[in-house]
Design a protein around this ligand. Structure first.
Ligand code: IMP
Length: 208
């Protein structure tokens, strides 16, 4: 690997996520997972907002990696439903309880919205970057949409079979990966983080 390409270490074990982000960043950064760095175990996410969780995960990974001259990047996502006062929100992964399946969470969401006409919802992803000089930056992206009346589609994961993005007549789960990744909340968050990463890249090149 070339020494000239700065490294981003993602606060995840998910190789697929790393590949997707590396691709979006057009090869300007080498993106690696915790597993690639030999970091095991899970990171705590006990904050009361997705921003707090993203920062918490990035800080924990920084502690585990020590003084490596790398950029640490974490993300945290929540589905915020208007009629449920923003639930499941920061608790999206464990809406129906600890260690539940995506199906359990989707069932609970449909039950909570039974008979409710207002189906408006929003997916939000916060990215947090910690740079080698210790600077911390967050960027949040969102996609507005609505919750379907029943599961539709088999692709994706999580709440994909229930979330219909604004301007579409189908759920995320009825889209191909490519289609979803072009318009998703994660893409929206990353789009806001990219200029910050590129500024770092330009500054570090002009220093060397
Ligand atoms: P995380 O912060 O990426 O771990 O996401 C928290 C929870 O939000 C996941 O466990 C999923 O239930 C849900 N989630 C995150 N991203 C998506 C998505 O792209 N589609 C559907 N559900 C998602």
């Amino acid at each position: 690997m070339s020494k000239d390409i700065p490294q981003i270490i993602l606060a995840t074990h998910n190789t697929h996520k790393a590949e997707e982000i590396e691709q979006i960043l057009k090869g300007q950064f080498k993106v690696r997972t915790m597993k690639d760095m030999g970091v095991t175990g899970e990171l705590e996410e006990t904050g009361s907002t997705i921003e707090e969780n993203a920062e918490m995960k990035a800080e924990q990974l920084k502690c585990k990696l020590g003084d490596m001259p790398v950029i640490i990047l974490s993300d945290d996502t929540g589905l915020f439903v208007d009629a449920l006062n923003g639930a499941p929100g920061v608790y999206s992964a464990r809406y129906a309880g600890e260690d539940v399946s995506y199906e359990d969470n989707n069932k609970k969401l449909l039950l909570e919205l039974d008979g409710v006409d207002d189906r408006k919802a929003e997916f939000k992803t916060c990215f947090c970057a910690i740079f080698p000089d210790g600077a911390v930056t967050t960027a949040t992206g969102e996609v507005k949409g609505k919750i379907a009346h029943e599961n539709q589609g088999d692709n994706g994961f999580g709440y994909d079979p229930l979330f219909i993005p604004e301007g579409y007549e189908k759920t995320y789960a009825q889209m191909t990966d490519e289609e979803k990744n072009k318009l998703s909340h994660r893409k929206a968050g990353l789009d806001r983080m990219i200029p910050i990463l590129e500024t770092y890249l330009q500054e570090s090149r002009s220093r060397s």
